[in-house]
Design a protein around this ligand. Structure first.
Ligand SMILES: Cc1cc2nc3c(=O)[nH]c(=O)nc-3n(C[C@H](O)[C@H](O)[C@H](O)COP(=O)(O)OP(=O)(O)OC[C@H]3O[C@@H](n4cnc5c(N)ncnc54)[C@H](O)[C@@H]3O)c2cc1C
Length: 193
């Protein structure tokens, strides 16, 4: 067995144990109370499961899709929403890895290494689901810097608990761009109760 395969096997055994001992026992209570289990986010974070797709120099292991999928599958077997929490966060990390410039990546990665931060994707709209190109949220450049996004997003996993949001908006007739926003920045509410 090669070193990578051994590492992955050992990692999955650890994830299996965490799921069995710490995550699964909470499932019935979370279902009953419908409250977000912030303590389990800490469990994921302390075991490196929220940062495993980051490069090694930022504390990750640059996990590929296959390993991420297996870990998320395992965690989901204990409590589905914790798997979804990982999925949303790692999707944003991987999108920034693919689309971000070096400065954006460095700032974002550094921020993720401190604390157990969650990320949300804001793509779907009331009239744009599978056909994501039909989205109508528009981004307008502010004279003083930055952009203002106008539109409505729906189905945003982790909307109320994420630290970072990656939102997609039109920047031209046939152009869609991704915008990054942090909870600490003033912004319009992303949801309405
Ligand atoms: C649990 C959950 C979590 C989600 N989390 C997020 C999130 O974090 N961020 C986010 O942005 N969105 C999120 N979504 C939204 C999700 O991405 C959309 O639901 C998805 O893109 C489908 O869009 P829709 O629901 O509008 O369905 P539609 O696009 O209206 O599709 C309805 C049905 O029509 C079919 N269909 C669509 N187009 C075609 C076609 N051309 N040919 C044949 N069949 C077609 C589809 O397969 C589907 O069966 C989430 C959804 C769920 C259920």
């Amino acid at each position: 067995m090669c070193a990578n395969a051994t590492f992955e096997k050992e990692m999955l055994q650890v994830v299996k144990r965490i799921t069995k001992e710490q995550i699964a026992p909470r499932a019935a209570e979370v279902d009953r109370t419908d409250e977000f289990p912030h303590d389990l986010v800490r469990v994921l974070g302390e075991n490196g499961l929220l940062t495993m797709s980051l490069p090694e120099e930022y504390g990750g292991i640059q996990a590929n899709s296959a390993l991420l999928s297996r870990v998320i599958e395992e965690v989901s077997s204990g409590l589905t929403m914790m798997g979804t929490t990982m999925l949303s966060t790692h999707t944003v990390i991987r999108m920034v890895s693919m689309m971000g410039n070096d400065a954006q990546k460095e700032t974002f990665y550094k921020n993720l290494t401190s604390g157990h931060k969650l990320c949300a994707i804001c793509l779907t709209e009331p009239h744009a689901g599978s056909d994501a190109r039909a989205l109508s949220t528009a981004a307008k450049k502010n004279p003083g810097g930055g952009y203002t996004l106008n539109g409505t997003k729906i189905f945003v996993t982790l909307a109320q608990v994420a630290e970072y949001y990656l939102a997609f908006a039109k920047t031209g007739q046939d152009e869609i761009s991704a915008f990054f926003s942090s909870q600490r920045q003033p912004r319009a509410p992303l949801w309405e109760n």
